[in-house]
Design a protein around this ligand. Structure first.
Ligand code: MC0
Length: 141
């Protein structure tokens, strides 16, 4: 079902401060930035690897609002790894399979993700405390 690690989502208080740190540390480059109002985040995608199965990124996430998932996470736990996202070729059949096996989905149908991707979150309580995202990337991403 899974084709790659699409990205690791990292909650930060300030993209302006976090981006130069990641660029400096690893020579990564921001290839995409976007505000996702529904998710309450301003995000920056830094490309780590391009392969046959698609791309892998570090995703830096700054909250747009205190009552958003990343805003609440920062207030409760401080900055750090917020979620892991796996690539899938067909998100509809991946979600159907997870529903059949009894997983608690945050999104039972896909919603809009980075750069035109279709995404859905699986609740952390069934996956070792790790908030997990599935990503069906848009063509070319
Ligand atoms: C909360 N919890 C987490 C967590 N956030 N555990 C692991 N990782 C996280 N990121 C845990 C809390 O510690 C708590 O555990 C329980 O979940 C309830 O926490 P809460 O603060 O009351 O939060 P809820 O219940 O209101 O919401 C949790 C939930 C939410 C996972 C449902 O954060 C959510 O809907 N997340 C999916 C959307 C999202 O994260 N969007 C931002 C990234 P205890 O044990 O204390 O009960 S958007 C994104 O990344 C997009 C743009 C993209 O990639 O394209």
């Amino acid at each position: 079902m899974l084709t790659r690690i699409d990205h690791v989502g990292i909650a930060v208080a300030s993209l302006a401060e976090a981006i130069p740190r990641y660029e400096e540390a690893f020579g990564l480059k921001v290839v995409h930035q976007e505000d996702n109002d529904r998710q309450g985040v301003r995000e920056a995608m830094l490309l780590v690897h391009s392969g046959e199965a698609g791309n892998s990124y570090v995703q830096l996430l700054e909250p747009l609002r205190e009552d958003s998932p990343v805003g609440k996470f920062l207030a409760k736990r401080g900055p750090g790894i917020h979620h892991i996202a796996y690539g899938v070729a067909d998100i509809d059949s991946a979600l159907a399979a997870l529903t059949t096996t009894g997983f608690d989905l945050v999104n039972s149908t896909p919603v809009h993700g980075t750069a035109g991707s279709r995404i859905a979150f699986v609740h952390p309580k069934g996956l070792g405390g790790v908030l997990t995202e599935l990503v069906e990337a848009a063509e070319g991403h």
